[in-house]
Design a protein around this ligand. Structure first.
Ligand code: FO1
Length: 313
């Protein structure tokens, strides 16, 4: 079964790893959010693409969820001594990724081509695709002003109150031809347990993506478990944007696109509420602390999605 997994950072990367363990590599394409990307210290940084790539390559730092395992911070500590910006923790080996990417982009390569080269070099057999090659940036409108995503997320630790999310470049950005081809070839689409607002929504705002997903059996995995986000600010954002902080709130966001939903066993009382949205629901252990847990959630998703029909468009 050919699967496209839509993913942001950590949660998306873990599910993609599980899917990689249970599918032949040629059957898995991970389409990754690029709204978090930014230029910092002269380097082009694509945090979600790197998190997915490092995780699929088995190089991920399991304590932080981002960056490389065992990395050191000599360069960044020196930047700090020089009174440069050191709030974004770039590891020494991680910097090699950003240097290589920045140079290839400078030579005129597309982010898709650069990602293909980096994933191949790191031994990743599945396909990792940036959602677009065009400029696209997530900005967070808060009670303390308008912030670029990493400024809000890392430097301000998600503390300002979110009023709105804005996608700069969304009017002109197009999904890459590779993303369109992967969606056309897919037998199923799986929305990883990533932040619905800042990880999955950027992918869905691109033209032609929603229609293509609606034509396929599709399910989403809830990033909210027991009223909390597994990681990151999804719960705080859902709350601040006035939505229900529960799997049902997430399922409602994706209404019209998916026919299936996977949520944690601890939320089983909410199954009837989500079913009332017209979705086929499955509960599973969705906290992926081990490789076995990643694989088991991936199997639950594949089992579930194989029984679904599409929205029919
Ligand atoms: N996230 C943090 O919370 N603090 C950091 O210092 C940080 C550094 C970092 C460096 C490279 C990279 O690829 C990712 C990094 N992240 C960091 C994660 C990043 O902010 C992601 O955008 C979020 O995890 C959202 O997906």
């Amino acid at each position: 079964m050919k699967v496209v997994c839509l993913a942001g950072g950590v949660g998306g990367a873990k599910l993609a790893f599980g899917l990689m363990r249970v599918l032949p590599p040629e059957d898995l394409t991970v389409v990754v959010n690029t709204g978090d990307d930014f230029t910092h210290l002269g380097l082009r940084i694509c945090p979600d693409l790197d998190t997915v790539t490092y995780t699929l390559a088995g190089l991920d730092n399991r304590d932080t969820g981002w960056g490389l395992t065992g990395d050191t911070f000599t360069v960044l500590d020196t930047v700090a001594k020089l009174e440069g910006p050191a709030w974004f923790r770039l590891g020494d080996r991680d910097i090699a990724t950003h240097l290589t990417r920045t140079e290839l982009l400078r030579q005129g390569k597309r982010v898709t081509e650069v990602t293909a080269r980096l994933t191949r070099a790191m031994g990743v057999a599945a396909t990792v695709l940036p959602m677009t090659d065009d400029p696209f940036a997530t900005n967070v409108i808060t009670d303390e002003g308008d912030l670029e995503f990493q400024d809000y997320f890392v430097r301000r630790r998600c503390e300002p109150r979110v009023e709105r999310i804005v996608f700069a470049g969304a009017e002109s950005a197009r999904p890459s031809p590779e993303v369109i081809a992967a969606l056309d070839a897919a037998d199923a689409v799986i929305f990883a347990p990533s932040n619905p607002f800042v990880s999955i929504e950027p992918i869905l705002t691109l033209p032609d993506v929603r229609e293509r997903i609606m034509a396929k059996p599709a399910l989403a995995v809830s990033p909210i478990v027991g009223g909390q986000a597994i990681k990151g600010p999804a719960a705080k954002m859902l709350y601040e944007l006035g939505l229900d902080v529960s799997p049902a709130g997430v399922a409602a966001r994706y209404r019209g696109l998916i026919t299936g939903f996977v949520m944690d066993e601890v939320d089983r009382d909410l199954v009837p509420t989500v079913e009332a949205l017209g979705l086929q629901v499955r509960t599973a252990q969705s906290i992926m602390r081990t490789d076995a847990a990643r694989e088991s959630l991936a199997r639950a998703c594949l089992d579930s999605v194989s029984t679904l029909s599409s929205m029919g468009t």
